[in-house]
Design a protein around this ligand. Sequence first.
Ligand code: AMP
Ligand code: MG
Length: 530
Amino acid sequence: MSTPPRRLEEIEFDNLFVRSLPADPSPDIRPRQVRHAAYTFTPPTPVSAPQLLAWSERLADQLGLRRPAPRDAAVEALAGNRVLAGMQPYAARYGGHQFGNWAGQLGDGRAITLGEMMDRHGQRQELQLKGAGPTPYSRHADGRAVLRSSVREFLCSEAMFHLGIPTTRALSLVATGDTVVRDMFYDGRPEHEPGAIVCRVAPSFVRFGHFEILTANDEPGLLKQLVDWVMHHHYPGLSDPADWFAEICCRTARLMVDWMRVGFVHGVMNTDNMSILGLTIDYGPYGWLEGVDMMWTPNTTDAQGRRYCYGRQPQIAYWNLTRLAGALAPLINDRDALDAALAGYEQTFAEGWSRMLSDKLGLPLPTPEDEQEQALRSQLFVLLQQEETDFTIFFRRLAQVDVDAALSGEVSALDPLLEAFYSPGSPSPEHARAWLAWLQQWAQRIRAGGETDVSRRTRMNATNPKYIVRNWLAQRAIDDAAAGDTAMLERLLVMMRTPYDEQPGFDDLAGKRPEWARHKPGCSALSCSS
Ligand code: AMP
Ligand code: MG
């Protein structure tokens, strides 16, 4: 942290993606099919009255950037009103499988990369605006984003980072001063909503779909070029594409373990929303488990099929990897190697899941043959789904259960957990007995493991966050921000920086979802409209 922070205007951009890969020769930004190119140069479309609503100090520190003053050129640049020296704005070309079906060309329909820069760790970072206007990939849509979805993306990107989960980041949130028309409920009553732009940051935004489109359109030369480029610059040390695919499988498996650990549901795991770097990407109708329910999804568009519900995410990631394998097949041409990599996904996930659950529960690592332990774990999820039980609060509070009381079957052992139940009369006497029996076995295993209580609690608390940005909290920040008040947004930004620590003064943000939020739009269920 030696050099003082600079203004965005002073950054020397070095646009490796643009420099290395073929551009679409046409500057036409009308919707169209693009071929034999990785991207199209696309300038952002200016907005009327940019206003900086939020800024991630932590990410800015990492980038060595100074927070811009309201009238700085940087705010104009982050709103797409000005292209700074060295920036070469482009929209990327990619395809994807949406809800299980090949959708053809998708591409950056409302994302525009401004340029790449080096952060303080010497890591290359791409700065990308989301909602900066139409591109050739916008299809029938407007290239814009509403404030509510932009606040949600801004908050969750930063929250995920501080939870220690690989993710794209968010630097800034700018209100555009323009309205955007959206039919939020898909009920034929579109409304004007305030528009906004998030500046997202990641080493690369390349997705599975970047490769899929090239194979689908029979462009093997460009496929090889893109694979070589991603391997060389983002997976240094790997030279065999089969090893590279195996590494993507492992990263994706670890990401799924992390999502499952914190109860995150992405909501739209289409292959165009899968990062080739194993990052969480494209925050849309995402959510966090409140009542434990394997079939839960916040995405109302997926309410019928529940393809992307909480419990299916690991399977879906695997399926998405099989699509990527298909796209890479012309290049790798070794079915066995691809299958071995996919098997590696399953193994990495299974091991990671088992270790993660041990940490969540404060238990020793089980052997696969330990049937009693496996039974204890599967029984836990049955119990958790019997009555509405808050996922985050339950696991966080489990560390406070008195092991000796649990061992002797004392009713008071349940006390710390009562806060996790949603209905006032919960758990029923019958369920309470089942919980006490479960806790007794849990306590026996803890004692058999011999770990000290201090060490076990530390391990549990480092795995089970106390603070997550629940949808209803984000919605309060959205409602306030829409009225010009960003205090809640700022408060959530502070809260999320140390999600595993007790933070006196923030306890009101660590509670269960209040009843009024159960069915309020944005607070539990969301549509894709954004
Ligand atoms: P998603 O699944 O929401 O990440 O988006 C799927 C595709 O639709 C991507 O190609 C997006 O760029 C595009 N898209 C979504 N919303 C818009 C919009 N408002 N304008 C243009 N393209 C969009
Ligand atoms: Mg997307």
